[in-house]
Design a protein around this ligand. Structure first.
Ligand code: ADP
Ligand code: MG
Length: 730
């Protein structure tokens, strides 16, 4: 006989024992210094294993972005292979990030059997720098016709290779970029690297204008706060919706909800803590600098955040964080849910993307300085970010547009879909002053009326927190809060780098024009900067908003200001390929028109597929799980009515009527869903529209009836774990 929901509730709560999976027990206490990076082929390892000149040249590639000298590849490959084999690796893989948003790998063994029946370990420079995965099943958005199905992967020496362990063996993973044979990007890494390069170039130009001479390179820094849920695997595998879609498609809200707020920052349950410790240990070994952990707002929800790194490394490491959370959870009988909205009516998950620009001399360009000169440089970079967000609200919105994230944005638990910038009171005040520009110079008698001398001490690591803003200045970095928990952070950061590169480019040009023909002195320079800042802050001021982003008033105000409100993925995606955006991506060499179009198509496809699978899963669950449960209960009730005889059973009749009513409603809703999901338009765009306009509402109707039934069908007949069970068993 199958178990009732109460029985497996009990099982889930009591049964778990940590699974060793062949892993040695964690050394206590965790010696972070010793284990950090031990499973990466990092700097120290390379230095000790490579000839001096080879190491020096590789270092120039990693740190200065100089082209890799391919003739060194054999030497590096040999050292890497020796190291990997010492670590127990038998295979290697080119690890890449196709447009699915996930990572992909195909393993090859180091060992090549030879004809004599023996075997030799082989891994050449060519194996290191280039691979040829069979790429035909990765999304290309029409970039790769099937007759040329091959793509190739190319080693990214700026992200260290690492070892992935398993109880049966280990393999070496080499971070790579993935492109078509025609050289078009098929992954998320290539445009990210290109955007970093574009920003580097423009930021250096600005720094030269500010007479900063010692900086060789500017890179963007990124730190992601990852939210996730952990639930008992017992529940997970009993829910086809979680299993196939990552979120519950039906399920009534629990009686005890998060309104009690007793979970947030509360003490971490033991099993969860054990799991987190193991995740962290494994991430340390992979050189991922995780730093903080805590409970999040919703029950069963947690957060993990690393120390920031350069954007490319951060994006790779973000993938490793997601992978480790998923893998390690299973050792504790848990499943990690990364979906943006696993449970309706309960807070969803996001991934705050902290972003800044840093020089190779260790200076954070968004760190307000101590001197007026530092401050105008800071203001210049800060203004560039604000202008970038203002001009390209559409791109930022698109960079976080997924079917999953649509449940979150604008739902009063995550930032609205309207992009705005939160500066905090002090900094907003400064920008207000900037707007009036040099005109107030004489009046205030301060330096350029910028108020530079009299500037309030700029907020340093301000405690200011406005959780309702999608894009907030938090002391020395901007925090992009609309990013979805399940998505790759590569695209949001590609967009940020690109749009800020453009703003810096334009502002540098403005500055040069204002200085043209003038002798550059402190005074003329600062006057010119003030003029640029005045123009830029006047233009971009509609994007600055310090108030409550959740409020209805803001929606109206934003409309008055002319800000975009792209409520859903379907509203947002068409804007990716506007003339403005095609030109922008092309101008800075981040994506060609063809590449951009291919991404647009892949994003549409992914949206369509996600909703289509959800609709089919829901139909299946409603027909084969919910409906039968309701009918069984109805039969019980009708039997009572049948046999009641002299006994008054009005209550039973009423209950039977209620169950019958929702059963009929459910059946009607299912039929409507089937019809809508079957319907096909003749273009991808139209199908996506249809999903949004008709299939999603049809799913909601099914859910509505099913959730009504969940509230009246006896729990021992209900075939699915409930929210109460999933969220509160830890
Ligand atoms: P909170 O936002 O909760 O106050 P922190 O200030 O510690 O927390 O930062 C959160 C995240 O922001 C961390 O991942 C941290 O590494 C990252 N971060 C801090 N400074 C920068 C920076 N200059 N550039 C990018 N990310 C940063
Ligand atoms: Mg934060």
């Amino acid at each position: 006989m199958s178990q009732t929901s109460q029985e497996y509730h009990l099982l889930a709560a009591t049964k778990y024992t940590p699974r060793a999976n062949g892993q040695k027990p964690a050394p206590e206490p965790m010696d972070i210094e010793r284990i950090f990076g031990e499973n990466t082929f990092g700097m120290a390892e390379m230095k000790s294993r490579l000839p001096k000149n080879v190491f020096k040249s590789l270092l120039a590639t990693i740190e200065k972005g100089e082209p890799l000298q391919t003739e060194l590849a054999d030497t590096i490959a040999l050292a890497m292979k020796e190291w990997a084999i010492e670590k127990g690796a038998s295979h290697f893989t080119h690890w890449f990030q196709p447009l699915t948003g996930h990572t992909a790998e195909k393993h090859d063994s180091f060992i090549t059997p030879n004809q004599g029946g023996g075997a030799i370990a082989e891994f050449s420079g060519k194996d290191l720098i280039q691979g040829e995965p069979d790429a035909s099943s990765f999304p290309s958005g029409g970039l790769r016709p099937t007759f040329e199905a091959r793509g190739y992967t190319a080693w990214d020496p700026t992200s260290p290779a690492f070892i992935i362990e398993n109880e049966k063996g280990s393999y070496l993973a080499i971070p790579t970029a993935f492109a078509s044979w025609t050289g078009e990007a098929l992954d998320t890494k290539i445009p990210l690297l290109r955007s970093m390069e574009a920003l580097n170039k423009q930021a250096l130009r600005v720094l030269r204008l500010f007479d900063v001479k010692d900086v060789g390179r500017v890179y963007t820094t990124v730190g992601n706060e990852q939210e996730y849920f952990l639930i008992d695997e017992e529940f997970y595998y009993r829910r086809p919706d979680l299993d196939t879609c990552g979120r519950t498609l039906i399920g009534a809200k629990p009686p005890k909800g998060q309104e009690l707020d007793d979970h947030y920052f509360g003490s971490i349950p033991d099993r969860v803590l054990a799991c987190m410790l193991e995740v962290e240990r494994e991430l340390y070994r992979l050189g991922v600098p995780v730093k903080t952990r805590h409970n999040e707002v919703a029950p069963g929800q947690y957060e993990i955040a690393p120390i920031y790194e350069n954007a490319n490394l951060a994006a790779d490491h973000q993938q490793l964080v997601m992978m480790m959370l998923k893998r390690m959870a299973r050792r504790y009988g848990l499943v990690c849910l990364l979906h943006e909205k696993p449970f309706a009516g309960v807070n969803g998950s996001g991934k705050h993307n902290n972003w800044s620009m840093a020089t190779d001399t260790g200076h954070n360009l968004l760190e307000p300085g101590d001197t007026p000169h530092d401050n105008i440089q800071f203001l210049f970079f800060c203004a560039a970010v604000i202008r970038a967000v203002y001009r390209h609200q559409d791109l930022l919105r698109i960079s976080v547009a997924t079917a999953g994230n649509d449940h979150r944005l604008g739902a009063n638990e995550a930032p609205p879909a309207i992009m705005s910038v939160f500066l905090g009171e002090q900094l907003e005040h400064v920008f207000e002053q900037l707007k009036s520009g040099p005109a107030t110079e004489s009046k205030q008698g301060g330096l350029l009326g910028l108020g530079v001398k009299t500037l309030p001490h700029l907020p340093r690591h301000a405690g200011d927190r406005n959780r309702t803003s999608p894009f907030a200045f938090t002391g020395n970095k901007f925090e992009f809060r609309a990013v979805g928990s399940a998505q790759s952070v590569a695209l949001p950061n590609t967009v940020l780098n690109l749009i800020v590169a453009e703003a810096l480019d334009d502002m540098a040009t403005m500055l040069e024009q204002k200085l043209a023909g003038k002798r550059k002195t402190k005074a003329t320079f600062e006057a010119a900067v003030a003029e640029v800042l005045a123009e830029v802050s006047r233009e971009a001021s509609p994007i600055v908003f310090n108030g409550d982003g959740y409020s209805e008033a803001w929606h109206q105000e934003a409309e008055k200001r002319g800000l975009l409100n792209l409520r859903s993925t379907v509203d947002a995606l068409p804007l990716l390929i506007t003339e403005k955006n095609v030109k922008l991506f092309e101008k800075y060499g981040v994506l060609s028109e063809r590449e951009l179009h291919s991404r647009h198509e892949v994003m549409l496809e992914q949206y369509f597929t996600a909703i289509n699978i959800e609709a089919e899963t829901l139909e299946m669950m409603a027909r084969t799980m919910v409906l039968p449960a309701a009918v069984r209960y109805l039969r019980e009730l009708l039997e009572v009515l049948d046999e009641a005889g002299e006994i008054a059973v009005d209550g039973v009749k009423k209950t039977a009527e209620e169950v019958a009513h929702w059963t009929n409603e459910l059946r009607k809703a299912i039929d409507h869903l089937i019809e809508q999901n079957k319907h096909a338009e003749d273009s991808l765009e139209a199908n996506v529209e249809h999903m949004h306009a008709h299939v999603i509402p049809a799913m909601e109707a099914v859910r509505y009836a099913a959730d009504k039934l969940e509230r009246c069908v006896p729990s021992n007949l209900w075939p699915l774990p409930t929210y109460r069970e999933m969220l509160f068993v830890k």
